[in-house]
Write a protein that binds this ligand. Structure first.
Ligand code: C2E
Ligand code: CA
Ligand code: CA
Length: 644
């Protein structure tokens, strides 16, 4: 028979081009790229054998019989191998977990059968044989080989159909294409024995697969020319599947955002490239990944890699400057280490764990690598959840405002109150503002929350006419983020006007940190608001700078002594002396004093003796909701002043 090898030659050209491209790009060796290279190998070998045997069959008299048998047998083994390997390739992508031994055994049986059938064909003549003249023939059971091939093509199709959700459309298309062309080519080739189109069909399917499933670009960050997050996760996946220990060191570079803002995108990228090439030089291209957001990662096994050297090198390099257009650029760095299976066991946790641990590293603000732990993950998840809860609470208006009465020593009843926000969630229960306010500040939600509280307080004062119940003003806490808003005063006036509220009824509490950070903007805001009668208190005095200059610069109506200095004064003589002087100085500056955290009579008496004007604390009253607050102040007020 004369075979037409043109399609085979075309197929070989295509497969070789894919092969060359694949190896030149040095794709990352993940589980399925390994299977892909095996597939490529099978296709090429079987393709070559198909061409070679088409000649050895034709010119059989010039070829030793044994060699002819051997090459034809190998050809059939590799041919079935292609469909089997393709099946493995798809199943590896579909199943995250390792396959069970039973499943593997069942699926390998047809392949073993094919190998046995082929290897014994010289005796059985079932698959192929050479007659006495040395002519080549198909045996009567050759259909078994084709059936096994069809079996693998079919299970591939079934696997991808059952796992549709794990594949993208283009991947499904590739498999369907492979199956249909595979079927048709098998059909054509069994009808027209001389037309060798099967490998051409495989080559086209392989090309499609390469373009859609196995493009090395998917694993490379093109601008930095290092592996990307996909590559990291793929590698981690392979390690987890094989239950191999590994760890990831993540390095987050700080200061690039600032370069972008001041010098532009081009400068930022150039500096990032420098960082990348420094890391590449010291760590090697094969272990380095750029996983987004100015963060690099190194993945390796705990024993093999020189982790301490990497860490030391990174700290040392970042102590020196980087450079752009002759300008020295200082960057800083924070790092975390996560380890499988020590600190995490699931692939899905990797990115979260890195993110939360880096945040933790950032907040520690020290030259240390944070070793991730479950706590970090739990904390991070909780924080994320709280942010979602806050968004929901803003939408559903389920934030509540509580009021803690403030006792006036002079009048001997409550003359003001502090508004304190409350978030009570069905799932998480009571969430302290000490926990959620900082998260609201980081996520920017504080502006909406602050506005909600302020509006609610204005509504409350105005509808309940608190001034008629002895409450002269209500304290509202302002976050540092609110203080940095240039037009804060406009917003606050707008809300107070909405409720036709006298500006005197509002007292805003600011911490010293907020005052220092947003200095000029705050001074402007304060002046505009004070002009019209709004009062200001300095909150948490005694915890931060406690700088006398700030007391003079910002002209507060009231200073609120933080509970910590109140408490330590009660336990420690020196602290008591310091508190006495602080109180005397503030009184000399003609500002009012509120002592926070008064929890018992003894504290109240001592603070009164030192000259405090107001008390806020559990000894007097806990924060309560609006209704309870109203009944409390109404009762007390009536007790003292008679019915209104
Ligand atoms: P802060 O402004 O120092 O508020 C006083 C905190 O001390 C309140 O805690 C209050 O319940 C608590 N407290 C009062 N008396 C006592 C006492 O005798 N003993 C003890 N142990 N604690 C006492 P809370 O309500 O948990 O608020 C915590 C912090 O959350 C506030 O500290 C404030 O910084 C922030 N915050 C609360 N509401 C708001 C708000 O509406 N806006 C902003 N920006 N921050 C708020
Ligand atoms: Ca406060
Ligand atoms: Ca306070």
């Amino acid at each position: 028979m004369n075979y037409n090898v043109h399609y085979d030659i075309a197929a070989l050209v295509i497969t070789c081009i894919i092969g060359i491209h694949f190896y030149l790009k040095r794709s990352i060796r993940t589980g399925h790229t390994q299977v892909f290279s095996t597939l490529l190998f099978f296709c090429i070998v079987s393709n070559v054998l198909d061409i070679v045997t088409s000649f050895t069959i034709e010119f059989f008299s010039r070829v030793p019989l044994v060699a002819n048998y051997l090459m034809n047998m190998l050809y059939f083994i590799f041919l079935v191998g292609i469909t089997a390997v393709y099946y493995i390739y798809i199943i590896i992508q579909a199943k995250e977990e390792t396959l069970s031994v039973r499943f593997k055994t069942v699926m390998v049986i047809p392949m073993i059968m094919a190998v046995i059938l082929v290897l014994t064909t010289a005796w059985t003549k079932w698959i192929i044989y050479f007659d006495d003249q040395g002519m080549y023939h198909h045996g009567k059971y050759i259909f078994l080989i084709y059936t096994i091939e069809l079996f693998y093509v079919l299970v591939t199709l079934v696997t991808i159909t059952l796992n549709r959700d794990k594949f993208e459309n283009k991947q499904i298309f590739t498999v369907v294409f492979y199956s249909i062309t595979g079927f048709s080519a098998l059909g054509i080739q069994s009808m027209y024995n001389d037309l060798l189109v099967l490998h051409f069909a495989f080559a086209i399917a392989l090309l499609l697969m390469y373009l859609s499933l196995e493009n090395p670009k998917d694993y490379i960050d093109s601008s930095l020319e290092v592996y990307n997050k996909n590559a990291l996760l793929e590698n981690a996946k392979v390690n987890i599947r094989n239950d191999r220990k590994f760890q990831i060191l993540a390095l987050k570079v700080d200061g690039l955002k600032y370069i972008k803002e001041t010098m532009g995108n081009k400068a930022e990228l150039a500096v990032l490239k420098q960082v990348s090439s420094v890391l590449k030089q010291n760590i090697g291209k094969n272990h380095l990944y750029y996983i987004s957001d100015d963060t690099f990662a190194i993945l390796g096994s705990p024993g093999k890699e020189k982790w301490d050297e990497y860490i030391g090198m990174a700290w040392d390099r970042f102590d020196k400057k980087f450079e752009y257009n002759g300008v020295g650029i200082t960057l800083s760095l924070h790092m975390c280490m996560i380890a499988y299976p020590h600190t995490f066991t699931r692939l899905e946790d990797i990115m979260d764990m890195i993110e939360y641990s880096l945040l933790e590293a950032n907040s520690r603000n020290k030259r240390e690598v944070v070793y991730a732990s479950d706590d970090v993950l739990v904390k991070g998840r909780r924080e994320l959840k709280i942010v979602q809860k806050m968004k929901q609470a803003l939408k559903d208006m389920t934030f509540q405002v509580y009021y803690q009465p403030i006792y006036s020593v002079e009048k001997k009843y409550y003359t003001s109150a502090e508004a304190l926000i409350r978030l009570i969630d069905d799932e998480l229960g009571f969430i302290s503002p000490e926990e959620f306010i900082p998260l609201a500040e980081q996520s920017g939600l504080i502006l909406d929350i602050g506005e909600f509280v302020f509006r609610e307080v204005c509504r409350f004062i105005s509808t309940e006419r608190l001034w008629q119940k002895g409450i002269e003003y209500v304290d509202v806490n302002l976050s540092v983020v609110q203080c940095m808003q240039e037009k804060l005063y406009e917003k606050l006036f707008e809300i107070m006007d909405e409720y036709r509220l006298d500006y005197n009824y509002v007292n805003l509490e600011i911490t010293e940190t907020a005052a220092v950070i947003s200095s000029d903007v705050l001074v402007n805001n304060m002046n505009r608001l004070k002009e019209k009668g709004v009062k200001f208190s300095l909150d948490d005095y005694g915890t931060g700078y406690s700088n006398t200059a700030n007391l003079i610069k910002y002209e507060f109506h009231t200073i609120k002594l933080d509970k910590s200095i109140v408490w330590s004064a009660m336990e420690n003589k020196k602290a008591m002396l310091a508190l006495k002087h602080t109180i005397a100085m503030i009184k000399d500056l003609e500002m009012k004093l509120v002592a926070e955290g008064v929890e018992n009579l003894e504290q109240a008496q001592q603070l009164e003796a030192m000259g405090c004007d107001f008390f806020q604390g559990y000894y007097y009253h806990r924060p309560v909701n609006g209704v309870n607050f109203l009944s409390e102040i109404s009762n007390r007020f009536i007790e003292r002043n008679g019915a209104i």
